[in-house]
Write a protein that binds this ligand. Structure first.
Ligand SMILES: *[C@@H]1O[C@H](CO)[C@@H](O)[C@H](O)[C@H]1NC(C)=O
Ligand SMILES: *[C@@H]1O[C@H](CO)[C@@H](O)[C@H](O)[C@H]1NC(C)=O
Ligand SMILES: *[C@@H]1O[C@H](CO)[C@@H](O)[C@H](O)[C@H]1NC(C)=O
Ligand SMILES: *[C@@H]1O[C@H](CO)[C@@H](O)[C@H](O)[C@H]1NC(C)=O
Length: 775
């Protein structure tokens, strides 16, 4: 069965509110209406002798508040959190709040998905004997759990030829369901589960856009197939999108096993379902979790993903999350817990040129994956401005056939999805489309497999095009498709849509952590969907092109699997440190990574662009214990009960802080906030030697403007493996109170290995001047 829905990936990029519902669940006749809540319990409070299981204990709370407990229970959680999710009315909720051992109650939240060649761009090569792939056995033996829209198991990317057997420690299952059998799992896809209860009860009202979705791990949307194959897809020769980008497609960790946790449906991804998936994944035995989804920034104690991730981290599972697609607005970064890795998106150096020859003889650069030169004839160009139907955006019903038939239609980006605009132009009789970036997109080139000849032009080209259209009575143009071009001195930049820091909830931790390729990524696609993802698209492909931090997140998920395979004992913090301290701030041509027209800063790219070849042997790592995260929560003034909600530990911050005055979290990047009146600040860091047993490092500092930086000691001599040494850094403000509040300056601190002059452990520094006294 094929989805009747439109445009799923527009949802990824623009965070659309969701048009669709899919289940006809029995309507409950209760008055007042029921809502889903996540009820967190005290983990040690269960009286052993009374209840046969945790689930029975959880049900006992419902027995005290409702008449039909088992029909109200959605999930019973034990590993990602202690507690359960259930449907309650307002009065029942009030009763529940009063029960002993209830620690916190949160309403269920809906999250959105954030949406061949990229492994080469990252410097990975199957033939380089000293390279990261060879050193890690291609990630052999690692298990990556992907929380997403499911998987299309028949995709050639999930072929398991050459894969090692399923690890003995694996305890997961291959859950049967609609269109999905146990035989759909293999040595590549070692597990698959689906979680629909939260989604189902939230989507009670049937709508006209009723969508058919597989009630099973099978992917009805494409997004999950795309991300899972980016993590660990097997090598597929001759992969392309309609002939573009042809080459061997491979995931970042082609030797890793993949476990599918389907938590996202057409109506979004509910935290009750996400938490249930994390709960199972912890018990199943995954090493890495990749989450290309999220919402808007919220405090950590309200954030089920942050809470589940804390437990996962305690089980040594690395949690990798998309930063979100709400850039370039400041403070938009989501999934910011210090124990998760937060991934922004960057561009590749691959181009798909499709230039526009305008009637005035000028040429505009554009990009497209539309195949074929047979569509390159000159056409009249129309751009429908004026009126209130949104003709300039090519909204549904805004294009009168008599104005667009047989013409090349200009559509501004925004409001509706990019591929959807193409379908609307085609339906109205248009012959071709030019998608024009607006100021907010600048020159970013997220392209799609459009259903008609089309190209996407940047903002400066779109200004030229529109002034040409204005200057003549019969504007004309022609698109010349140029195929794929790689290299050509195209620099790397942060995607405009990639969410920016500082973190709204925890500005002491600079976020995002790193960036990875997330624009125009080619990866696997369900075989019953067209490459544009539109229901009207009858073309069939094994690969398509997508953009989003959803695409950058699984790149890093795969790299984490490589590091884990090479260093099975490393903690999630050590793996993240390796990725961050070896990240690049310049591209392969030695030019700074850009953010629009200026070099990118920490709040756009974090520590920089991941470099797997260096990350596999970082020399030193900044490790962090679970206790240190708790101390950090004390320093950002979370209350005892908020900390208990997140960590399940009852701590007295007063006692903890007494023991270690001036504590600072051992994070691989450094953020210093000067509040009004402050002139100096000291931080501590601890590095662990994971390189040669005997090695010496010296420090190099680039001080942020207006700040003096002193490091002590300036030299670290290690005599054995896994030895940890501490250093301190003093920051002295040189011109206090001059600059405006909220101004940033940036620098870096690098430990250089004296023996090889190659191993560099770099930490970006962000200094913020704030006039407020209590942040
Ligand atoms: C085109 O002309 C109209 C009216 O003459 C004007 O409002 C508009 O700003 C012009 N657009 C461009 C891109 O020059
Ligand atoms: C997709 O892959 C399958 C299995 O390898 C193959 O049979 C099919 O021809 C491919 N489809 C396209 C459109 O390339
Ligand atoms: C935490 O400990 C304090 C005493 O130190 C106690 O009063 C409180 O009830 C405990 N809270 C929880 C949630 O266990
Ligand atoms: C490393 O760099 C330092 C300073 O530039 C130089 O003195 C030293 O000889 C170099 N060592 C090696 C092994 O290249």
């Amino acid at each position: 069965m094929a989805p009747k829905n439109l445009l799923f990936w527009a949802i990824l990029l623009y965070s659309f509110s969701n048009p669709t519902y899919s289940f006809s669940t029995p309507t409950y006749a209760h008055q007042p209406p029921l809502k889903t809540y996540i009820i967190q319990l005290h983990p040690e409070a269960m009286p052993d002798s009374v209840f046969a299981s945790k689930c029975h204990w959880h049900l006992s709370f419902l027995e005290k508040t409702v008449t039909d407990p088992s029909s109200r229970l959605l999930y019973s959680y034990q590993s990602a959190m202690e507690g359960f999710s259930a449907q309650l009315s307002e009065p029942e909720l009030d009763l529940m709040r009063k029960l002993q051992h209830v620690v916190a109650i949160r309403p269920d939240r809906v999250h959105q998905l954030h949406t061949t060649y990229s492994y080469k761009f990252m410097g990975l090569s199957p033939t380089n004997a000293g390279g990261a792939w060879v050193k890690s056995g291609f990630g052999r033996g690692s298990i990556v759990g992907v929380l997403d829209t499911g998987v299309w198991p028949e995709s050639p990317s999930f072929d398991d030829r050459g894969m090692p057997p399923v690890p003995k420690r694996w305890r997961g299952v291959c859950q049967q369901g609609e269109g999905f059998k146990t035989e759909n799992c293999n040595r590549k896809l070692i597990g698959a589960r689906f979680f629909s209860k939260g989604h189902r009860v939230a989507s009670l009202s049937p709508s006209e856009d009723d969508v058919a979705e597989y009630l099973s791990p099978r992917d009805s949307h494409g997004h999950g197939t795309h991300t899972a194959s980016t993590v660990g897809g097997s090598a597929v020769p001759m992969a392309s999108v309609l002939g573009n980008g042809a080459g061997t497609a491979r995931g970042m960790a082609p030797g890793a096993h993949i476990a599918i946790y389907k938590v996202c449906w057409f109506s979004g991804c509910y935290s009750s379902d996400i938490l249930a998936a994390m709960d199972e994944a912890i018990r199943d035995g995954v090493d890495i979790l990749s989450l290309s989804l999220g919402g808007f920034p919220i405090p950590l104690y309200d954030d089920s993903i942050a809470i589940g991730s804390f437990r996962a981290m305690e089980h040594k599972i690395s949690v990798i999350c998309a930063a979100g697609n709400n850039g370039p607005i400041a403070n938009s970064v989501a999934n910011v817990a210090p124990w998760v890795a937060t991934i922004g998106a960057s561009t590749l150096d691959r181009r798909f040129p499709a230039v526009v020859h305008m009637g005035n003889g000028k040429i505009l650069y554009g990009e497209s994956v539309y195949p074929g030169t047979s569509h390159e004839k000159q056409l009249e160009v129309v751009y429908l401005t004026g009126g209130d139907r949104g003709g300039n955006y090519c909204l549904k019903g805004s294009l009168p056939r008599n104005k667009v038939e047989g013409k090349m239609v200009v559509c501004d980006r925004g409001v509706n999805g990019r591929a959807e605009k193409g379908e609307i132009v085609k339906e109205a009789g248009g012959a071709a489309m030019i998608l024009a970036n607006t100021e907010i997109n600048m020159e970013e080139d997220s392209i799609d497999a459009h259903v008609l000849p089309a190209t996407l032009i940047g903002f400066s080209e779109s200004v030229q095009l529109k002034s040409y259209i204005n200057s003549t009575r019969r504007p004309a143009g022609r698109i010349i498709f140029g195929g794929t071009v790689i290299g050509e001195a195209r620099g790397t930049s942060v995607a405009q849509f990639s969410s920016r820091g500082p973190s709204f909830t925890d500005p002491v931790i600079p976020k995002p952590d790193v960036i990875a390729p997330g624009v125009n990524i080619i990866a696997a696609w369900p075989q019953n969907l067209g490459p544009s993802g539109l229901p009207e698209d009858s073309r069939r492909v094994n690969f398509t092109i997508m953009s989003g931090t959803s695409m950058s997140c699984p790149h890093v998920g795969g790299l984490a699997a490589l590091i884990r395979a090479a260093h099975p004992k490393w903690s999630p913090a050590a793996i993240k440190s390796a990725l961050m301290t070896t990240a690049e701030v310049t591209d392969r041509y030695g030019k700074p990574i850009m953010d629009g027209k200026k070099p990118a800063g920490i709040l756009a790219m974090g520590a920089g662009h991941v470099n797997p070849e260096r990350a596999i042997e970082p020399g030193l790592v900044y490790d962090i214990t679970p206790d240190e995260y708790i101390m950090h929560l004390c320093t950002i003034r979370y209350t005892q009960s908020e900390i208990f909600t997140i960590t399940h530990r009852n701590v007295s911050c007063q006692d903890i802080m007494k023991k270690d005055k001036g504590f600072s979290l051992n994070y691989p990047s450094i953020s210093v906030i000067f509040k009004s009146g402050m002139t100096g600040k000291m931080i501590k860091r601890r590095v662990t030697n994971v390189g040669e047993p005997k090695s010496t490092y010296t420090v190099q500092v680039v001080a942020p403007q207006g700040v003096k930086v002193r490091v002590k000691p300036r030299r670290l001599s290690f005599s054995r493996s896994y030895q940890a040494l501490t250093y301190r850094v003093w920051f002295i403000l040189q011109k206090p109170s001059r600059s405006k509040s909220g101004t940033f300056s940036q620098g870096q601190l690098t430990w250089m290995n004296l023996k090889d002059n190659k191993t560099k452990i770099r930490s970006p520094i962000l200094v913020t001047k704030s006039t407020s006294k209590n942040h």
